[in-house]
Ligand binder design. Sequence first.
Ligand SMILES: CC(C)[C@H](C(=O)O)[C@@H](O)C(=O)O
Ligand code: SF4
Length: 459
Amino acid sequence: MKTLYEKLLDAHTVRRIDDDTVLLYVDFHVMNEYTSPQAFAGLHEAGRSVRDPGRHLAIVDHVSPTRAIASLDEVEDAGGRLQIETLAENCARHEIELIDLFDPRQGIEHVVVPDLGLAWPGTTILCGDSHTTTYGAFGALAYGIGTSEIEHILATQTVEHSVLKPMRITLTGAPGAGVTAKDMVMAVIARIGANGAAGHAVEWDGPAVAALGMEGRMTLCNMIVEAGARVAVIAPDGMALAHLGGRPHAPTGDAWDALAAHATTLRTDEGAVFAREVEIDVAAIAPLVTWGTSPDQAAPIFATVPDPRGDADRRALDYMDLVPGMPLHTIQIDRAFIGSCTNARIEDLRAAAQILRGRRVADGVTAICVPGSKAVRAQAEAEGLDAIFREAGFEWRGSGCSMCLAMNDDVAATGERLASSTNRNFEGRQGRGARTHLMSPAMVAAAAVTGHLTDVRKL
Ligand SMILES: CC(C)[C@H](C(=O)O)[C@@H](O)C(=O)O
Ligand code: SF4
């Protein structure tokens, strides 16, 4: 009797190192300009080479400018420019495929990888970025790693893995209007806390998960990292295979048939034991917003700013400049940001555009939309969504991480308050002294047009 996580682990274990650690084979490794340079430096220092260059892909995303530029010289930040150049040099030297700024496939790595058909059920996919769990939506064992592990994978195509405890989060019921996958994962995080899944491999299960599209499932697997989960998986079904099939890197012919057959075995055995079980009825969820500086400090939009339950809450309220008892919907915003690997896929942009159609961004609010990838951007443009965003007063930008972590020039100013479709509301995350409220893309759009946090169901 095994859980899906345990099956994926077993299938990739090269050898057991000790009770808690195994050596895993890595089918595919993704890297970015931000966390890979030191790994390559270490590799070079040790005089080692890349064992299997075809099993790696590099993508520029964290420092990408989102305004159109003609050449790398126009990347204003010298540090970012150097990271991009270093990645290109390392990829050229080791014959690793690179998706650079000017590549039509460029975008946030966790948006690009599934869109290219690289997230295969039953494979291990690692990347030096915590939100690599996104690919778990396809039944891949995927998670984020640190620099020394990147180096180890480059050299050996294996990695040491600390075995996790399996945890199941079951979503039952049907969501009400205006309730999205983002609200579901935010509700789970609010319930179990920012460490509630620490040390665990989460499996999302239940009818409400099965009813979501692949984009929504990716949002779940992506953001549960904010509850400390290291791995997130969903048993791949027909929808996962349909999403993958026909994409540029999806298998074809016999290889496809083999993958599809294998996918049907990728599910938790009945009777397998989870170390922790959580169940939530999504019918009881309302659209959520965060009020604090940790993703678990969230409440339904109709609620008030809560009384602090301890020093962390007091500090958060102080940073956020909020007073207990204040209705959340009265909080005024300066900026609206739709972007990130959590919520900048085509469905997210469609949901936001539906709210923005025929409306205008409120006076005094700066609103930007950063599609998750150039492909998503092109798709949105083909559907006329860019016109809706622009006519509403949103800036329609190029793709990348952008104001999700403000490592490029998209930075909020001190004291500015944001409605943001991202996944982290830490102090300074979107600019020093900037105040982030996390919510779904539709809720960001609603806040943008009213100028304050707003229940999207009331528009
Ligand atoms: C920069 C990178 C290491 C980081 C991560 O691992 O998640 C970033 O993507 C983030 O979202 O904070
Ligand atoms: S979009 Fe945000 S969360 Fe996702 S990889 Fe980039 S910085 Fe990290």
